[in-house]
Write a protein that binds this ligand. Structure first.
Ligand code: BGC
Length: 789
């Protein structure tokens, strides 16, 4: 027998161990993938994506080929079913829906929630209909499902795209675990008018910020694979112009020119389409005379045409039928004709498509190609969601029990909440509170409110399930600190029983009971500091909740004045869903903390900031005015021919109020301070498709660690159309230790410098551009560069 040489033996041993290591590592990775399907990297070459698309289209076509016209139209019908586990009730409306479900004449349901109800509703279709095409289940999951995150406006104040993506991901995970497949979010309507109730639902007044945050939310909801059981389809809404309703009135007329539409309103929608959002929702308003739901240019020419987007458009609730009230359609049939021709694919609760499309087809008023195209778009999403493989794919009681409202989700909610808080004022460093403070008075109608912090559009949140400010303070304060609590006043007069759905009930604010104010004053007198929780009830903002007054309703200012008179150390803890008139609190209180409606963990998150465990880093995504008369107010106005001039009377603005904001867009303080210097560009001249780098040094000049949102604004000085005085074109959130300096770099390229020009196309125009970088839209550190032909 030949003896093995020692070197061969060693090589063998080494190779053997390498083999073992490879085996162990690959098995561990596989096991990890199984445990955590979200983490799977999905690398697909263009070629394999093409093949997948072809297969998908073939599958869709094969189903379409089997369908009769009533079944095709059925796919374009969406009903609301508020029914419970047992399925539809015996009411006439529910019976109609049940009949249609059995015939396979419904494509989607909204407002059917819980695995049991969804399973039951899907079963009706699977057992009775001819083709057994599964339903898609949709719901308004706007800022969390059961674990509630800050309202979208509040969350946007974090300017933290990763956190925002995570919050959407958890909302998706909880909804999908409860059987849902599709959310009507994100709302990416640029909204500049604080009177509009739905300001709370979006990312505020800026186009760029809405686009960035919208995409983060879409990616969070959809992940990179819609068939993953932790993801749901998203919906970019409301297409388009809904945030520009005249004078902030909901559902109202929008007067906006074509250029402004393209430059200000459409970019977030384009970004959503490019990010692969599965669906769009059109909107209630008309734009320059054309209802958005019947707007062919927007839906067919721009979205499905120029942008080549292949998802489907759902109407807003009843918005097809509402074209009759708009005076744009004669009757429901006519409305269906207009909507289908305009490219609106699915009819939410108008009952117009089911009533009219077949006749319209016979009369050649709509075409079979249009109907087929709409149906294919809907079927495609059903395949992508994996519903054709298993219609009950998302119906898993075990997941519903174990993956909703978990401690991990609440932990993330608290993190997002604390990052959403904006410190607006902090005279004499009243905040953070000292750990050894003797006494705190927690006062106000919202101080121990466990419901308002959940905000409007709160999906499946339990009534009264938020941590109140008082609870948060009690949990955080030292055991030797005395805490007094007084409500002082009521904010609203209840109109429904506690716990009842308040969605459709108007609030009443005409409170007159002052009996608690005296007790509040007594508590304030005894305490070292007062935390005064005032602002808005959860249902004061949201759909149908526009207001002409954005001040403090009821007796809140009276309470503030009374308390402040006996104790000047007042921290106003604001809870609200829109920019408010803060003029009086700003005059009276040395500190103001903007806490929005922060969700399930509100009180803990606020206490994190009050006691300095978290250094506030939020920045306003909307301007706060001096008074309501300034609305709509936004930082990126046009200069006009008569900009403000202190020496002249005749300028564009007001005689009795400033033109600018009390707290501007992008503004927010920290417990430390930041210094900006060394603003430089890599080039002083570029051509129209060139790019340059902008760098700036940011230093933490205080003595605690802090985070800063570094913001970059540009101004295109002369254009073929007038340009805004400043436009946000980049931001980065950085963290700095005391004394630390970081250099932040931004890229300015064609994408960021172009606009929709007089030529009705996106171009970079030659000329001078100014750049500002700083910690708010009032940044003053400035440089410039030139674009040449
Ligand atoms: C709202 C939409 C919402 C829909 C379904 C409508 O009234 O405008 O944003 O998604 O209802 O609930």
């Amino acid at each position: 027998m030949r003896r093995l040489s020692p070197s061969f033996f060693y090589k063998f041993v080494i190779l053997f161990f390498i083999g073992i290591i490879i085996l162990v590592v690959s098995n561990t990775l596989r096991a990890q993938e199984k445990q955590n399907p979200d983490q799977q990297l999905q690398y697909k070459s263009d070629h394999s994506a093409d093949i997948e698309n072809t297969i998908l289209n073939e599958k869709v076509d094969s189903v379409l080929a089997l369908m009769k016209i009533n079944e095709k139209i059925g796919q374009l019908v969406q009903y609301s079913g508020g029914w419970d586990v047992t399925g539809p009730s015996s009411s006439k409306g529910d019976q109609h829906k049940l009949d249609k479900l059995k015939k396979g004449e419904v494509g989607s349901m909204l407002n059917v929630t819980s695995v049991a109800s969804i399973r039951e509703t899907q079963r009706i279709v699977m057992e009775h209909s001819r083709l057994k095409i599964p339903l898609i289940f949709a719901y308004d999951v706007i800022h969390g499902y059961k674990t509630i995150f800050p309202i979208p406006l509040g969350e946007s104040a974090s300017w933290d795209l990763d956190m925002i993506g995570q919050s959407a991901y958890i909302a998706a995970k909880e909804s999908a675990a409860s059987g849902l497949n599709w959310t009507f979010a994100p709302m990416i309507d640029v909204s500049r008018d604080a009177r509009w109730g739905r300001v709370m639902e979006g990312a505020g007044e800026d186009t760029f910020l809405n686009a960035e945050i919208g995409v983060a939310r879409i990616k969070g909801f959809q992940g990179n694979n819609l068939a993953n059981v932790n993801t749901i389809a998203a919906c970019a809404k409301h297409f388009a112009g809904y945030g520009f309703g005249e004078a902030g009135r909901d559902y109202n007329t929008v007067h906006i020119g074509e250029y402004e539409l393209h430059n200000t309103i459409l970019p977030p929608f384009k970004a959503a389409a490019d990010a692969g959002v599965a669906t769009f929702m059109n909107s209630f308003n008309d734009i320059d005379g054309i209802p958005a739901t019947g707007h062919k240019v927007l839906q067919r020419d721009v979205l499905k045409g120029k942008w080549n987007w292949d998802g489907f458009i759902v109407s807003d609730w009843g918005s097809i039928g509402e074209m009759v009230a708009h005076g744009y359609a004669l009757d429901k049939e006519h409305a269906a004709e207009i909507a289908m021709n305009a490219g609106s694919d699915m009819d939410m609760e108008s009952y117009a498509y089911e009533a009219a499309l077949e006749t319209l087809l016979d009369e050649n008023k709509v075409t079979i190609a249009q109907i087929d195209d709409a149906v294919k778009r809907v079927l495609k999403l059903k395949f992508e969601l994996g519903l054709f493989d298993d219609p009950y794919r998302y119906c898993d009681e075990e997941r519903e029990r174990t993956q909703v409202y978990t401690p991990e989700h609440l932990y993330v909610s608290r993190n997002v909440a604390k990052k959403s808080i904006v410190l607006l004022k902090n005279e004499n460093e009243l905040l953070p509170l000292s750990k050894t403070i003797n006494s705190i008075a927690v006062i106000g109608p919202l101080a121990d409110d466990k419901n308002s912090p959940l905000g409007n559009w709160r999906a499946k949140a339990e009534y009264n399930s938020a941590i109140s400010l008082l609870e948060g303070v009690k949990a955080s304060a030292d055991k030797n600190t005395t805490i007094y609590y007084e409500k002082g006043i009521d904010l609203t007069i209840p109109t429904v029983e506690p716990g009842q759905n308040q969605f459709l009930h108007p609030l009443q604010f005409n409170t007159t009971d002052r009996s608690g104010i005296e007790k509040a004053v007594k508590a304030a007198k005894k305490a070292d500091v007062v935390l005064l929780a005032i602002g808005e009830d959860a249902y004061q903002t949201g759909e149908g909740r526009s207001q002409t007054d954005i001040g403090f309703k009821g007796l809140q200012i009276e309470l503030l004045e009374a308390v402040q008179a006996v104790n000047p150390n007042v921290v106003v803890v604001l809870m609200n869903g829109r920019p408010m008139d803060l003029s009086r609190p700003t005059e009276l209180a040395p500190a103001i903390l903007e806490c929005w409606h922060l969700g399930s963990q509100s009180g803990y998150a606020i206490a994190d900031v009050l006691f300095g465990r978290y250094n506030p880093s939020g920045k306003l995504p909307v301007s706060f005015p001096h008074n309501v008369g300034q609305e709509p107010l936004y930082y990126n106005q046009k200069n006009t021919g008569r900009p403000y001039n202190p020496k002249h009377v005749t300028f564009s603005g007001y005689r009795d109020a400033p033109k600018t904001a009390l707290y501007p867009f992008g503004f927010g303080l920290s417990y430390t301070t930041f210094e900006y210097s060394n603003l430089k560009t890599s080039k002083t001249e570029i051509n129209t498709d060139g790019s340059l780098l902008v760098t700036v040094d940011v230093k933490n000049t205080g003595d605690v660690m802090g985070e800063e949102v570094v913001q970059l604004y540009i101004r295109d000085l002369v254009g073929s159309l007038t340009r805004p005085i400043k436009e946000l074109k980049g931001f980065q959130k950085i963290q700095l230790e005391p004394g630390e300096t970081k250099t932040v770099t931004f890229l300015l390229d064609k994408e960021r410098l172009q606009f929709y020009t007089i030529n009705k196309t996106w171009e970079v125009e030659p000329g001078q551009f100014n750049i500002w970088v700083g910690g708010s839209s009032e940044a003053s550190l400035k440089t410039s560069f030139t674009v040449v032909e």
